[in-house]
Each structure stands twice: as C-alpha cells, then as structure tokens.
Write a protein that binds this ligand. Structure first.
Ligand SMILES: [Cu+2]
Length: 499
C-alpha cells in the first residue's frame, strides 16, 4: 500500500471510495499524500503516526506532529507552466550589476569576473537555490501569524515529529533556547543525536525530543533553505504566549566551491579550464559544443558604466540551464566517480558539517541505527545519474525522462548497491516506494534505513537495498515539479526464477 496510480493501482476516481488495508510491520512517523497530478501541492497530504506495540525508549510526556508544508495561492498547474516557460520565473532575487561592483570591491576584479564567467557558462545564477519561491510556509496548516501552538509544563519531555510535506521546500529547523535530540529519521529509530539545528529535505521525517525547563515560550523556527520565508510554531505554557522569532538568515549564495569547482580559481584563465578535470566533466563530453558564455569582458570589467543603472542582471547571468551539463551521454565510459571532486567524499553521505560557532547541525553521517544489523553483500551495483535541463525545465535520470525510460528491474530479494550521482546544481530528495534504502553514510552495520535520501548538488551517494517487495513501484525525486517533469522511474521487482 505504498502505491502510485498508474503503477501499482488504478488510483481513486472522483466519487469513488477506496479502502487501504495493510499490515502494520513498523512504527514511527510517516505521512501520506496524493500521487496524482499536482494534488500534493494543493494540500492533499497528512501525517501518519504508528505507535509501537510496546512502550519505547526514549520516554516522553507529550507527542506532537509538526507537519511543515509550502502553500501557494497559485494553482500548481500554473506554477509548473511558469517554470516550463521560464525556469527562473520564481528566482526574483537575481544579483544585479550593483552586486557585481560590490563583489569587485570585496573580491577584486579578476576573481569576480572569473566567478561570473563560470556562472554564465553553467547557465545558472548563484541565487538558484530553490526553483519556486512564492510560498507561505505552514505548520500543521497554520501560517506564521496563526502560530500553531503546542502546550507543555516545564520539565516535560516533548516528542516533536517533524514531517516535511512540502512540494518543493527544504527547511532548516531550530528551536532557540532548546537542544533537540534526534531520535528517529524517516520513521526509524536512530541513536540519539543532540543538535541545535537540522535540515529536513522534502518528504523526510525526523523525530526529536526536547525538554524545556523554563516557564517560557519557545519558537519552533523552520526557515526555508533559500531564506525566502519561514514556518513557525510555538511551544508554550498556554495559548497566546509567544517567543521572539529569529531573523531570517542571509539569503545563501551558491559559490563555485559549493559546486566543487573552486580548483585553481583565479590562478588560471577561465578559457583554459578543463571542465572534465574539475568535477563536471559532462560538459566537456557533450557532443554539441558548449554555448559560449555571453559575458562581455568589457561590459563587465570596465567601460559601459551605464549598465549600473539598469536593474537587469549582468549579461552573464542569463541562466538558462544547468541541465546542459549532463544530457544524453549515457554511453560514455568515463566512470562518474572520477568527476566528483575529492572534497565531496564520494563514499560518505555527509551533509553539512557542524559550524564553527559551537552550533551543532545534524549530518547524515550522524544517523546510526540503535542496533547493528548485517545484510548480505550486494550482488550488483546500479548507477543512477540525476540529470536535468533547467532551461526547458525537465528533470531526468541517466539523461532520460520517465516517458522515455525503461523500468528499473530487480529480482525478488536480490541485494543491490545503488549509486546516485547528482550532476545538477539542485538538491534532489530521492524516494523509493515499497523498500528501505540503507544509506551508506559510513556507519557500517549501523547504517540508517531511509525512504528518502537527499543528494546534494554535485555529490555522489550510495545505498544498499534488498528488493524484498514484489510488484511495481515508483522511484522518484520528491520535488513535485522535478517528478512531474520526468525525474521518475518505474521499478519492477520480479520473481527470482524468471528468465
Ligand atoms: Cu529533483
């Protein structure tokens, strides 16, 4: 009953009733949502909490669901249309010529021009963190003003079940004044990890335990990853009590270093740069030549001061597509791993390091099952490259959209190692239906089981799995508009003896 209309069952027609029947084999925090069209964005989702048959550790006194989501007054079909017509439609914080001259002041002309050139070549702007941004962020359906509130008494342990039910938005979650102890991820218990902050990808769930001791209110602050807004809720002694709302962090800029492309920046003329050597070799492997960067040195460096007055972005920032990077070279023999910069630790699914000012931020490598478990070694490895074309706004796997691709086939109970290679500059929260993915985060026999694995831009992540659920399933990016435009595969688990 992890089905998808058109794959595992026909769906529920208007006016029809459908009864889901399934055996409860696990406990924890999950959620459900429509998998038809774009209905999920329109609000057809909810939480599922399965309590364990027996009392569990760690103990807690209160239990609240914190369901985060992104609401838009635009129809989801309109959002998708806008993205398809103009992929940067919602990216209205584009950096301006003014920013350019500020950067020159700060970083020097040469470094700044190099940076702009690189962005131009990649057809992406440094503010391309999220593709849709005009959202109101909700907690359990309430906007920040309505302020969903959970009550407590000082000293009580509160279990907060965070679910990211957004269509497109990642959140960085913190509760100023409280340490959070992460005790479960994607419904599965993990060894407790005390953190100050965690990032929750679309469709992930994290359970945390907090223990407020003061007679005070605390703000649950979930800031959108691109800093375009926040969801907010409050833990309080009584309704109406509030705590200060933190300021939104600075809007993050992607840097070349984020993209693993900072090698020798500024010490080499950009034209001489060997793309293959710096982590995104697909650009160089493409059959059609890369479009020349539209940058005009003269216009950017000196001269043409008139441009300053224009509110338009620097010409180089025409960002059509990052997708150019990796289209249609599925036949290349070049092993993908070579293209991932050493700094990205391809064998580790690490995510964000703890920051320097003593704030501890959850990383994937912190997640460990409570008990060790052993599984047979994978019999084979499969590579799934996460690909896309930002200009035409479609997303794909191994260069092929769902409509063009054959299903992924597994033999029943076979052990498979899957390698995700994110060749794009966006995060992709990859979700496999019907199965657990054993995330290889360096924890060996304690590796966590997840149903969503976030793959950061330019990174490689591995997981192992047992294809233990016969039938047809979906495997897709959980960003709604990525899924809808092609980052989706049908998975078929077949009887082992079939020829
Ligand atoms: Cu995606």
């Amino acid at each position: 009953m992890d089905g998808v209309p058109g794959i595992s069952f026909p769906g529920i027609k208007p006016g029809e009733t459908f009864t889901y029947r399934f055996k409860i084999r696990q406990s924890g925090t999950y959620w459900y949502h429509s998998h038809s069209g774009l209905q999920e964005q329109a609000g057809i989702y909810g939480a599922i909490v399965i309590l364990p048959a027996r009392k569990e550790r760690p103990r807690y006194d209160r239990d609240y669901v914190i369901l985060l989501s992104d609401w838009s007054d635009e129809r989801p079909e309109t959002i998708l249309d806008n993205l398809k017509k103009q992929s940067d439609y919602y990216n209205y914080n584009q950096r301006t010529v003014g920013d350019f001259f500020r950067d020159v002041g700060k970083n020097g002309l040469r470094a700044t021009v190099s940076d702009r050139l690189m962005w131009g070549r990649m057809r992406m702007t440094p503010t391309d963190i999220a593709d849709v941004t005009r959202y109101t962020f909700l907690v359990n359906g309430d906007n920040p003003k309505r302020n969903w509130t959970g009550l407590f008494k000082p000293g009580e342990k509160i279990r907060l079940r965070f679910i990211n039910g957004s269509a497109m938005s990642y959140f960085d979650v913190a509760i100023p004044g409280l340490k959070m102890k992460v005790v479960a991820a994607d419904g599965q218990n993990v060894k407790p990890v005390p953190v100050d902050k965690f990032r929750i990808a679309v469709a992930e769930t994290y359970d945390v335990i907090v223990q407020p001791r003061k007679k005070a209110a605390y703000t649950i602050f979930a800031e959108a990853m691109d800093k375009s807004g926040y969801a907010r809720a409050t833990l309080a002694l009584r309704r109406g009590m509030e705590a200060p709302i933190p300021e939104l962090g600075k809007r993050p800029l992607l840097t070349m270093a984020d993209m693993g492309m900072d090698h020798d920046m500024g010490s080499k003329p950009m034209d001489g740069m060997d793309h293959a050597a710096i982590g995104h070799g697909d650009m160089a492997l493409k059959k059609t030549p890369m479009p020349e960067p539209e940058v005009d040195h003269a216009a950017m460096g000196h001269g043409d001061m008139a441009k300053i007055k224009q509110p338009e972005p620097v010409p180089a920032m025409d960002h059509a597509a990052m997708g150019h990077m990796d289209m249609g070279n599925t036949k290349t023999k070049q092993p993908m791993a070579r293209k991932i910069p050493a700094s990205s630790k391809p064998r580790r699914a690490s995510r964000r390091s703890s920051s320097s000012n003593g704030i501890r931020i959850l990383r994937y490598s912190d997640l460990k099952t409570r008990r060790a478990y052993r599984r047979a070694k994978p019999e084979r490895e499969m590579e799934l490259r996460l690909t896309g074309n930002m200009e035409r706004y479609f997303w794909s796997i191994n260069g092929k959209k769902f409509s063009e691709a054959e299903p992924v086939r597994f033999r029943h109970n076979e052990r498979v190692r899957v390698k995700f290679v994110n060749t794009t500059m966006m995060n992709h929260p990859m979700h496999l239906h019907g199965h657990w993915m054993e995330l290889d985060n360096g924890s060996g026999n304690f590796r966590p089981r997840k149903h969503v694995i976030n793959v950061e831009p330019g990174k490689t992540v591995y997981f192992d799995m047992t294809a233990d659920a016969m039938g047809e399933w979906a495997f897709h990016c959980h960003l709604l508009y990525h899924m809808a435009t092609g980052m989706f595969r049908k998975v078929i688990v077949e009887p082992a003896q079939s020829s």
